[in-house]
Design a protein around this ligand. Structure first.
Ligand SMILES: [Mg+2]
Length: 230
């Protein structure tokens, strides 16, 4: 991309991802025989796509755990768990998120480190804009990604959430760049791509699990692909 000076990323389901091996093992223990990481990922990505902004913006603290349980019960059902087992799946996911020191967003996405390292070596500015609960930078650090990032904007620190273009403009202002000098990579069409486009950045849809096969937008299936056309 000619004239590109910065690449900004979404956090959850883009640079960071859920511990899919742990989720798949739990689903198998609860009766979803043969459940795979990819099935769970696709069920989650499809749910997020269908739900629009419902799970993509930060809920009030008192609603956060019921939304986690609701979404993971739906994912459990989608991968074949009976209703009682799906509810148990959701409860154990919630408990893991509460009790594990890194929560559930504890894995760097595949190829994230190599990709960030390569973009950094090209002297691109790198940053994250995340709809999060104030812990985005902490999670990125724990996953070993913070060291590559020049900027992390957490929606709960700035009081603005994607897809509001104002949160993208905050990042541009901090970098001192015009919108066309930055690309934005995220996993949600209605939140990441729509918001970035409205703010004038060049949007890239990261569709790791194939939930957006019908979408004509600039779409990558792996973060490694990014280094080829940026
Ligand atoms: Mg995301």
């Amino acid at each position: 991309m000619a004239g590109l000076k910065a690449v900004l990323f979404d956090g959850g389901n883009t640079l960071l991802e859920l511990d899919y091996p742990w989720l798949a093992a739990l689903a198998r223990r609860l009766g979803a025989e043969g459940a795979t990481e990819e099935e769970i990922g696709l069920a989650g990505a499809s749910l997020l796509r269908r739900s629009g902004l419902r799970y993509a913006t930060t809920p009030a603290p008192q609603e956060a755990s019921s939304l986690v349980q609701e979404s993971f019960a739906a994912i459990g059902s989608a991968i074949g768990l009976e209703p009682v087992a799906a509810a148990e799946f959701a409860r154990r996911v919630q408990r893991e998120d509460d009790e594990h020191p890194q929560g559930l967003w504890r894995c760097a996405a595949p190829e994230a480190r190599d990709m960030l390292g390569e973009l950094k070596a090209r002297d691109l500015l790198l940053g994250v804009i995340s709809n999060s609960d104030g812990r985005a930078a902490h999670h990125l650090d724990l996953a070993g990604l913070g060291t590559f990032l020049d900027l992390v904007i957490d929606s709960s620190h700035v009081g603005i959430e994607k897809p509001n273009p104002a949160i993208f403009r905050l990042a541009l202002a901090q970098f001192g760049l015009a919108s066309y000098e930055a690309a934005y990579v995220g996993d949600l069409l209605d939140v990441d791509v729509a918001g970035a486009r409205r703010a004038g950045l060049r949007p890239v849809l990261y569709d790791r699990f194939g939930a957006y096969a019908d979408v004509p937008d600039l779409r990558i299936r792996s973060l490694g692909e990014l280094t080829q056309f940026l």
